[in-house]
Design a protein around this ligand. Structure first.
Ligand SMILES: [Zn+2]
Length: 165
């Protein structure tokens, strides 16, 4: 049985396999079969996240290939994946800072063309995504609906493959 020290109370805690909802990303992402430190003493649960680069790459791929208009949270995730400030990303997309800010906060829906452009930049400039540009562009024709709709993304902790829930 694998154990680790609880980061909250310091007790020995078991390491178990469990699905972990990665709320810290601001997206709906569940890491399936993640290693989680589960403390019986204080109830604290800490995920042990391996291969963070691969994990973030899978989330980014799931976002740029999803068949619905991007939500504000997803636009923000993509911008951060590209290591850009709001100002830099707005300039790249040829929109005002305030327009990008409204998108990211969900005050305005992203337009259809901007949505495609965001996916295009994400895939061509994002770490480790460029070889997927053909797949992403092919998928663009399948984007449905006029309103943003959040993707529910499941990622296997073992293979790092994603699927939509
Ligand atoms: Zn504890």
């Amino acid at each position: 049985m694998k154990t680790m020290e609880c980061s909250h109370c310091g007790a020995r805690a078991r390491v178990v396999r469990s699905d972990y909802h990665m709320k810290e990303l601001g997206l709906n992402v569940v890491l399936q079969g993640a290693e989680v430190v589960r403390c019986k003493k204080c109830g604290n649960q800490d995920p042990i996240l391996h291969r963070m680069d691969d994990l973030m790459r899978s989330v980014a791929l799931a976002v740029v290939q999803k068949p619905y208009r991007l939500t504000g949270e997803e636009v923000r995730f993509v911008r951060k994946y590209l290591h850009l400030t709001g100002q830099e990303f707005a300039k790249l997309l040829k929109v005002d800072n305030s327009t990008l800010s409204k998108w990211e906060h969900g005050d305005d829906p992203v337009g259809a063309q901007s949505d495609l452009l965001i996916r295009f930049f994400a895939t061509t400039m994002g770490d480790g995504l460029r070889d997927r540009i053909g797949t992403v562009v092919a998928q663009m024709g399948a984007i449905r609906g006029r309103r943003p709709r959040r993707a529910a993304i499941e990622i296997s902790a073992d293979t790092m493959e994603f699927q939509y829930a």
